[in-house]
Design a protein around this ligand. Structure first.
Ligand code: ATR
Length: 302
């Protein structure tokens, strides 16, 4: 009965019965996912007869698993590592933003077709708007990193009307390749820079926000110095980290000490889930409830 506890402190969810809609996440490994805690608490809070479960899916069985979404009438699924790219081959349609990002993290049935979407970049943008009050249109962002998370965020910022995006990466060729892809997708001015102090300093001096998307600073290696030296952070800058363990990374701590506003990574996790919840249920997501469930699940882990 351990999972009943996931439904919330004292707040039992609706009983599972013949009407219960099933959603979940496909991944491998998937045992440590925080999504069931977050979504099941939200279903309970709204009294929705849904249940969210983790499905371990081996790469060789991904096609079968996707076909099962239709066969079993699931209301939707999230897709996580290592399936976010490969899953696109098994869908009837991939939404344009997800196609540009090159990854799908949510599948929903729509008119009998399985549609792939990506709520990671959109989740970051909603966190930016809701929690930091910053709307991307017309703004200049410096994105640190050039992996999958950077791609989802940079692409979504460009699609949301960002005026300028500066991509900074340890391996400059990866930043250049991502810059080409983002520039092809939207009207933003996009540039790639190596991780060098002078270049980064002048970009940050003109930027509205820095978004750190590498894994540097993630527990258990949280005591490392930030990728950007703190003296390069001007006080006007909003500094965002997508790492959420710990909540306050070495970068955010340094940014606060410099007088910058900061945005923690937990918000992106909350809002990528909130947008998926809305696709699964058609109801506005209770974001505050989802955040509380995540905070509790993370505290239990610590
Ligand atoms: P994800 O898909 O989760 O975003 P990824 O594709 O492995 O992860 O990308 C990791 C990003 O973190 C890359 O931009 C990587 O830089 P490189 O392209 O040069 O490898 C960056 N990264 C990882 N460790 C780093 C470090 N110690 N210093 C600077 N950047 C680092």
């Amino acid at each position: 009965m351990a999972w009943q506890g996931e439904l919330g402190s004292g707040a039992a969810g609706p009983a599972i019965d013949g009407h219960t809609r099933v959603v979940g996440v496909f991944g491998e490994p998937v045992e440590h996912t925080l999504s069931p805690a977050m979504h099941n608490r939200a279903f309970a809070a709204l009294g929705l007869n849904y249940v969210y479960v983790a499905f371990p899916v081996a790469p060789a069985r991904l096609g079968e698993a996707v076909r099962a979404v239709r066969a079993l009438g699931l209301a939707g699924v999230n897709v996580t590592i290592p399936h976010k790219v490969a899953v696109m081959d098994h869908l009837d349609h991939v939404e344009p933003a997800a196609a540009l990002i090159g990854a799908v993290n949510t599948i929903v049935p729509r008119d009998g077709r399985l549609v792939g979407t990506n709520t990671d970049g959109a989740g970051f943008v909603r966190s930016l708007q809701e929690e930091a009050g910053l709307t991307p249109a017309g703004r200049h962002f410096v994105v640190l990193g050039a992996g999958g998370a950077a791609r989802a965020i940079a692409m979504q910022l460009a699609l949301s009307g960002a005026a300028r995006i500066t991509l900074v990466n340890r391996t400059p060729q990866r930043a250049e390749a991502l810059a080409d892809a983002v520039a092809r997708a939207a009207a933003a001015r996009v540039e790639a820079l190596p991780l060098e102090e002078r270049a980064v300093a002048s970009a940050l001096a003109e930027a509205d926000a820095l978004i750190h998307t590498t894994s540097v600073g993630m527990a258990p290696h949280s005591d490392v110095p930030p990728v950007v030296p703190p003296h390069l952070l001007p006080p006007h800058l909003l500094v965002c980290d997508i790492v959420y363990t710990p909540r306050e990374t070495s970068l955010l701590r340094a940014a606060r000490a410099r007088g910058c506003r900061v945005l923690e990574g937990l918000g992106m996790l909350v809002y990528q889930g909130a947008i998926a919840f809305e696709l699964f249920t058609g109801q506005p997501a209770p974001a505050a409830v989802m955040r509380e469930a995540l905070e509790e699940a993370l505290a239990r882990r610590a």
